[in-house]
Ligand binder design. Sequence first.
Ligand code: FEO
Length: 395
Amino acid sequence: MLTAVQIKPDVYWVGALDWNARSFHGYRTEDGITYNAYLILDEKVTLIDTAKVTFKDEFLSRLSSVIDPSKIDVLVCNHVEMDHSGNVPTIKGLAPNVEIYASAPQGVKELTAHYHDLGYKGVKTGDTLNIGKRTLTFVQTPMVHWPDNMVTYDAYDKILFSNDAFGQHYASTGRFDDEVDLPEVMRQARKYYANIVQPYRMQAANAVKAVRKLGPDAIDIIAPAHGVCWRSHVADILDAYENVFTSGKLEDKALVVYDSMWGSTDKIAHAITDGFMAAGVPATLMDLKDNHVSDAMTVFLDAKYVAVGSPTLNSQMLPTVAEFVTYMKGLSPKNEGRVGIPFGSYGWAPLGPKNIAAELEGIGFDLPLGTIARNWLPDDAYLEGVRQQVIDLVK
Ligand code: FEO
């Protein structure tokens, strides 16, 4: 039997570790993924979420190490996306009398669409469920990350079961923030927000407000559905969500993201980056041949300066750069005050960099340098000019 981890007396993590997952909806998950489920032993044995269906055996093994799954009385489905609800039918099959709760009406509708009508009960914000010593309170958090999302608060244990909110794609044997590499976990929390939650900034900010309303001493543990539980750094992750991730505030830092055919656009990218360096603005250079768009978006999140470069290929920007632009636009970043620097080299038509400029302008970037487009090869004098333009821009 696999290990379940007690996170409070009578509360256990019974999830699954997807160590080798390297992609989630195309988002590169270099540290793997976890599907967290939690078991509460009370008068009514309660399970919070399940796991992806392909992890049925692992999930059931951890669950069975604590209790016979047929004894589960209540299943709370905080979110219907299949990485969490995939084993709802499994639990129903093993415990036919289980009461299954989901948000109303959307969670119930989505569960019915995915798994037919298994007798779901809908709950709304403020609804409570007594399971013995404990009373669970539900708070709907629509669009963090699907319309059905909700969180469940257990006041007895001071645990917030937050589902996708505050999660990280991170597989580890440590179950708490103080048992793992914290800077890496914080980076993964940022990456998760930047690539999954970012389009729903307002809803995520409202979720944080709802958590704040519980009071400063109300939470010992935030137990998300992905990654580690926050125990020693609850204040840090709330602060990051409130003041960095959802705030839309931009920092004086730069992302230089591009692809190149024969090295000319690469040279311009390096000149731009060096300009930021000379001006004391932290910059990250990412060639899209070697870097994933989801990592670029992690840097992009609060970067005031974003330089996007491509040469012209068949009247277009390179497909790698188009992928970045499309992906970035889909995440609906708040671009107020964002400075774009479209750039690139070209042979006979500057359409690669010009198309980038049109895209960035169309989503609200300021383009104070216009389009940096170089015919054929940039020589040293040209590159020094680009570098100086960047220095002058950020002065
Ligand atoms: Fe982790 Fe929206 O599912």
